[in-house]
Design a protein. Structure first.
Length: 644
């Protein structure tokens, strides 16, 4: 009885250890190949044959565990450890285990007759490490792609990282040149006056004369730094909860060119002032300059409402009434002329400058533009007596500006295309490219020749993925720059519909039923068939990617000048958190995978909107998704099928 009580205590201790450590024990019989778990009470559970036991684990990892078990049973090794995943419907639901194998007993031939496995649940550690890896990847991406200089010093003031932008600013040819542990914060001329422990979050501006830092520890000759540098930076001291310094981040930029530009601007202003003073010395030459430039003189007498044009060459004077002045202007400028005359009638003491388009045309058939510049002339009482000014023909200048506006618009459209393309060159393009470079680099390093087919397969897959992404990026950039042309033509949509759908459903998974609903015998509509077919094929292909069971149904209906196409599937759908972002570039599912190619839905949305249509999506997570695309069009022939 004492022995039984002691056994029960041992089992209770063992169960407590297993539960708190997230461990499970199971045993393997090499003779029968059966496995048996040890329950929390310390008793043996029922035996599992190899097929039943395999259902607990991911089939991709099972072969690795079997190979290790067989190696121990054959005496090739005494112990072993393997990492394995549990079997689950989604990758995110898998549990991760580390299983340690050891020999529990041996036969007379020395071969194991029983193996013991300690199964440790390391799911939390795996997820924690994954989050750390993701944070590190984001950190390096932001750090290296920043448009500012980025430097990081550890708690001892040793430079441990800097980005390419900082290397360029400080003329560092090789990053390893300053990351050898010898470059200290106190040796940086910009921050050498600030004690390390007194670093706080602050914005600084510095003017450094490198000639004042000639000591060897500053290493300025090594980088070829000389002259003056104007530098603007932000210091971010990182401290733990106890207030101890963990490191210092610094971001900044070289503003020397900006400061020098300001100095040049100030020098230009001073020169302008000097030039203005010099102009006063040449007032006597104004009359000659007016004659050479073709500028004519003009007077307006507000008391008699008379406009007077003076031709300097012929000395002739043309007098006009206000009404004639207004009628001489083109229709769109008559109100402008009336407003200017009204201000002069009220004796404003402000000058008036106005460009006017008049009804008279020049020898080239263009509407003549005149630029008037009027200033008030005061009598001895300080009252406005008349307005004196000049006018000149600016038709050529206006024509040039109009042409320049057209060319500027074209240049802006080109710039929009460039910006749209650069915006979309994101992580999705760099990832397959990095895979290609990585696997290609493995060929030049020590490797097993049996791995080469795997390397080639990975390079081929990444190349295909990169090609698809680049094609989609180029196409969506064209759409965002409004450079895609849409041409409507008369199309029998009933005849073409099934072909569009079948092309998009060509990759449907086994066990998924495709249903194409055809409600018309003939439907002749004016649409852009090539773009509509692209919309149907992309949305059908998206449904095949998201649907692993059930069905995919595609139907359409024409009603009151709109062609509405509906896509329904029983796929995974979108969560409430993902749904508002499904039209974003490279949107992802909750498990981190791309939605389609990452650009399918944004491309479909842009094409639909540019054709004057609309798109709506309704999704029930885990149950399926419904998509409606409506495109305005006009039907000339409608032959609907009869309902049985």
């Amino acid at each position: 009885m004492n022995q039984e009580v002691e056994n029960q205590k041992q089992k209770a201790r063992l169960a407590l250890i297993m539960k708190t450590s997230k461990l499970r024990l199971w045993f393997y019989d090499p003779t029968t190949r059966h496995c048996c778990y040890l329950s929390e009470a310390g008793d043996y559970e029922r035996e599992y044959n190899p097929a039943d036991f395999a259902l607990f684990f991911h089939r991709d990892d099972l072969d690795q565990m079997r190979a290790m078990v067989f190696a121990i049973c054959e005496g090739k090794m005494d112990t072993g450890k393997v990492s394995i995943r549990s079997r689950a419907g989604r990758e995110s639901d898998c549990k991760h285990y580390e299983i340690s194998f050891s020999v529990m007993s041996r036969g007379v031939d020395g071969l194991p007759t029983s193996l013991m496995a300690i199964q440790h649940d390391v799911t939390e550690e795996y997820q924690r490490q994954e989050k750390i890896n993701q944070l590190l990847a984001r950190y390096h991406t932001i750090f290296n792609s920043s448009l500012l200089d980025m430097l990081y010093y550890d708690k001892n003031g040793v430079l441990t990282d800097l980005n390419e932008r900082a290397c360029k600013s400080f003329n560092v040819k090789n990053r390893e040149q300053v990351l050898d542990g010898s470059f200290l914060l106190k040796n940086n001329p910009f921050y050498s006056q600030i004690p390390l422990n007194e670093m706080t979050n602050t914005l600084t501006g510095s003017i450094i004369d490198f000639s004042e830092f000639g000591l060897p520890e500053y290493r300025l000759e090594e980088f070829g730094l000389e002259g003056k540098m104007y530098y603007e930076s932000t210091i971010n001291a990182i401290r733990n909860l106890q207030g101890e310094l963990e490191g210092v981040y610094m971001s900044g930029r070289d503003i020397s060119e900006m400061v020098n530009s300001y100095h040049r601007q100030q020098a230009g202003i001073r020169q302008l002032q000097q030039g203005t003073e010099s102009i006063q010395q040449y007032i006597s030459n104004i009359d000659y300059a007016l004659s050479v430039s073709g500028v004519q003189l003009v007077n307006y007498y507000p008391h008699s409402y008379t406009f007077e044009l003076i031709n300097r060459e012929t000395k002739k004077t043309l007098r006009m009434s206000q009404l004639r002045c207004i009628r001489l202007a083109t229709l769109r400028f008559r109100r402008t002329v009336n407003s200017a005359l009204n201000r002069m009638d009220h004796l404003t003491k402000r000058g008036i400058m106005q460009a006017i388009e008049i009804e008279i045309r020049d020898k080239k058939g263009r509407q003549i533009w005149l630029l008037f510049n009027m200033v008030p002339m005061l009598n001895e009482k300080g009252e406005v007596d008349r307005y004196f000014g000049t006018y000149r023909d600016i038709t050529d200048m206006v024509a040039t500006e109009q042409q320049l506006a057209v060319e500027t618009k074209k240049a802006q459209e080109t710039e929009l295309l460039k910006q749209a393309f650069l915006t979309n060159m994101s992580y999705e393009i760099r990832t397959p490219l990095n895979n290609i470079i990585g696997y290609a680099g493995l060929f030049t390093s020590d490797h097993d020749e049996s791995d080469e087919p795997f390397f080639i397969d990975q390079i081929r897959n990444s190349t295909n993925e990169l090609l698809l992404v680049v094609n989609d990026v180029l196409y969506i950039s064209r759409l965002e720059a409004n450079m895609e042309e849409y041409k409507k033509e008369s199309v029998d949509f009933a005849f073409a519909f099934e072909g569009y759908c079948q092309n998009g459903l060509s990759n449907i998974k086994p066990g998924v039923q495709s249903v194409i609903v055809q409600p018309y015998n003939k439907l002749l509509v004016d649409i852009d068939s090539s773009h509509v077919s692209m919309i149907i094929q992309r949305l059908c292909n998206l449904s095949t990617l998201m649907t692993t069971h059930g069905s995919i149904t595609v139907s359409y209906e024409y009603h009151r000048g709109e062609l509405t196409i509906r896509f329904e599937d029983t796929g995974s759908g979108f969560t409430a958190e993902i749904a508002p972002h499904i039209f974003d570039h490279f949107a992802r599912h909750e498990d981190g995978g791309l939605i389609g190619s990452g650009l399918d839905l944004p491309i479909v949305q842009l094409m639909t909107k540019q054709m004057g249509g609309s798109i709506e999506i309704q999704s029930d997570y885990g149950k399926g998704t419904s998509i409606w695309v409506s495109i305005p069009c006009t039907a000339s022939v409608i032959e609907k099928k009869r309902e049985n």
